[in-house]
Design a protein around this ligand. Structure first.
Ligand code: WTA
Length: 648
């Protein structure tokens, strides 16, 4: 029952070029194998050594205490400040005047901060917070557009030992209010507004609405970005630029215990209340630092761009903490990928000479649909490494990304991880592995990943099952804020003693992992359990298809039948013939069993704001029932309404 059949096969594999290998941090498979072996067999030695690359204020006495499982304690006795690890440690040497953040706004304005300048700005912001009574142990809600002050605010909280809770700027005042209340925040940092597709997102207005009747918040610090009129509450509101102008540029970083809370980040459960995922200082920093270093192969002269928003874990770990603790130059962009033209991302790559680029499959599929002529207009020859995160990347999109963006020379790191894992868990190392399109490849250092059935038995090669982690790792979540039991129930009870966060996967005979999607999405056709990801991937491999989502619909004969929602290229006519053609294509690619019973064409699929397809909503559409469950995280509710109304 627990096994998921895998019907998709992929024989291609792409080695890194000799040029990439010769400069890579690790390129020797034997060296990698030895490091991985040590990380699993002697984690104390491995993590002790790696952790000591960070600038601890007081060294730790113990690497791991797992006696209170599933509550891990890493690097106890150690004291570290995450903002000092990102900033102060670089000020002594040649990085002092290196660019830390190079930012571009949606209207095209550009700002740069060297490590010295960023340090001063963060220190001023930290002092401004302190002056208003925000202190160590508090929680600070941050609700901002992708402006440099967002990174500054995050680091300023870390500097004074207040935990940040970043809430994505696209969320409504209701979602913001729930999160501020759940985290019992004392302070909010926001902006008057942000630019998105040429329009102003009125963030301050949302904050005002969210805070109605909440007394716990004594301070709202407001960054001026879009300059429209905003309501002002004198007792509570302060302009960021005024507060910082009055603040000192020196602020000693607070020595934080390794297990002190660094941040909360809310992630949606499929139903009900969002979960405040807790990450603590030492372990999280070790995970973010080490993974950024090895997975993105960061070198001193890299210009690194992660297109995620800091409102998601990807932005926390791979815009702020990971790259900055490595002393990298980070590009940050405020706006939409296609504003004012479909080549905006590639224009940014050319203009800022980006060498390492990290984005999501949903973006890649959008660019595929828009056409190659847009990236072709720009010089992408400086790119040397590409990354993908957030969903399984189907081989078709992978190959396009490699060829069109990566010029057939850049390795792709498909990185599997979660808000809960804090840092990348399954990934190729770009100088070591030959990568087949669609595989997230191998567990990162210290990650003991297995594929289990529901009874906890390990499955043989190529059988899909539950993707689980057997051992604690430094950047693992420490719990769900205010709900210990939910933490145990959600992650540690499916198979007792083992971490399971909901994804299915298989491991092939070479040991490579293939993520098959959320196990809740698995479809059961005539007793065969199929992964949605594989059927979708087969559909997308047809040249006329851009995106596809498949879900199960109840069926009297087969138990469940496959319903497909398909987005086609701009110039493609939809018709019954096309339906038949696509059905035959799936049959050919993976077999008759996977052929969708029903197929609907649509302009857009319902997605979360971080770009994941919301299949559970499509299930209701396919079954013709009312939408059940939470829709507050959907990006565009009208997509759902359209799907219900406009069936072709
Ligand atoms: C999915 C994002 C396949 C997965 C860092 C996971 C992926 C969830 C991949 C976590 C990948 C993320 N291949 N699926 N490379 N990366 N996922 O918390 O289902 O926003 O459980 O963290 O995204 O999403 P989250």
């Amino acid at each position: 029952m627990s096994q998921i059949e895998s019907l998709l096969h992929e024989d291609r594999a792409f080695p890194p070029t000799a040029e990439f290998k010769s400069a890579a941090r690790i390129s020797d498979p034997a060296e990698y194998a030895e490091m991985y072996r040590e990380s699993i067999l002697d984690p104390e030695a491995f993590w002790g050594r790696m952790a000591r690359e960070l600038p601890w204020m007081v060294d730790f006495d113990k690497v791991l205490d797992w006696s209170d499982a599933p509550f891990a304690r890493w690097f106890e006795g150690g004291k570290l400040n995450a903002s000092a690890a990102c900033l102060d440690q670089h000020l002594e040497g040649p990085r002092a005047h290196k660019t830390a953040i190079r930012w571009e706004g949606e209207p095209g304005d550009v700002r740069e901060f060297t490590y010295t300048e960023l340090h001063a700005e963060v220190s001023r912001c930290a002092n401004a917070l302190k002056a208003r009574g925000t202190k160590k142990g508090d929680r600070v809600a941050i609700y901002m557009p992708m402006v440099p002050e967002l990174a500054v605010a995050v680091l300023a909280c870390a500097r004074i030992g207040a935990a940040h809770s970043v809430i994505f700027g696209g969320f409504s005042s209701k979602a913001l209010r729930d999160r501020i209340q759940d985290g019992d925040c004392s302070t909010v940092i926001c902006a008057d507004g942000g630019w998105r597709r040429g329009k102003i997102l009125p963030l301050k207005r949302e904050v005002d609405a969210a805070l109605e009747g909440i007394d716990s918040v004594h301070t709202v610090l407001v960054v001026r970005r879009t300059e429209q009129e905003v309501a002002w509450f004198k007792e509570r509101d302060t302009w960021y630029h005024e507060a910082l102008a009055a603040a000192d540029a020196e602020c000693a970083p607070e020595p934080m215990d390794s297990e002190d809370l660094l941040f909360l980040l809310y992630t949606s459960g499929s139903t009900g209340k969002p979960k405040g995922i807790m990450h603590t200082t030492g372990g999280y920093m070790v995970g973010a630092y080490l993974s950024a270093r090895f997975v993105f192969d960061l070198r001193e002269d890299d210009v690194y761009w992660c297109s995620a928003d800091i409102g998601w874990i990807t932005g926390h770990s791979y815009i702020v903490y990971g790259p900055l603790s490595n002393g990298a130059t980070v590009v940050m962009y405020e706006g939409a990928p296609t504003t004012p033209h479909p080549g905006r991302f590639w224009e940014i790559c050319e203009k800022h000479k980006v060498t390492v680029f990290y984005t999501a499959p949903t973006a890649i599929r959008t660019f595929m649909r828009l056409g190659e002529e847009h990236p072709e207009k720009f010089d992408l020859s400086r790119l040397r490494l590409l990354g993908s995160v957030g969903e399984a990347i189907n081989p078709e999109a992978w190959i396009w990304y490699r060829r069109v963006i990566g010029g057939d020379r850049c390795p792709i790191v498909d990185t599997w991880w979660q808000t809960e894992t804090g840092s990348i868990m399954i990934t190729p190392l770009p100088g070591v592995h030959d990568t087949p399109p669609g595989s997230a490849m191998r567990p990162f250092f210290g990650v003991d990943a297995v594929i289990l059935d529901e009874a906890g038995a390990e499955l043989p090669a190529n059988q899909g099952g539950l993707l689980c982690i057997k051992k604690p790792w430094p950047s693992m979540l420490r719990g769900i804020w205010g709900d210990e039991q939910r933490y145990r129930d959600t992650y540690w009870s499916e198979i007792p003693g083992v971490y399971f966060a909901g994804d299915g996967a298989r491991r092939d005979e070479q040991g490579n992992f293939w993520i098959m999607g959320r196990v809740d999405d698995v479809i059961n056709v005539s007793g065969h359990r199929l992964s949605t990801m594989e059927v979708e991937s087969a559909l997308v491999s047809h040249p006329k298809v851009c995106e596809a989502a498949v879900v199960a619909r109840p069926d009297e004969i087969t138990g469940q039948a496959i319903s497909a929602f398909v987005t086609v290229g701009a110039d493609v006519e939809v018709s019954d013939e096309l339906r038949v053609e696509l059905g035959e294509h799936v049959t050919q690619e993976i077999g008759k069993l996977a052929r969708p019973r029903e197929m609907r064409f649509t302009d857009a699929l319902p997605k979360t704001r971080s770009g994941k397809i919301m299949r559970r909503l499509l299930r209701d559409v396919a079954a013709g029932t009312e939408t059940s469950g939470d829709t507050s995280t959907i990006e565009d509710l009208s997509v759902l309404a359209k799907l219900r109304g406009d069936e072709i």
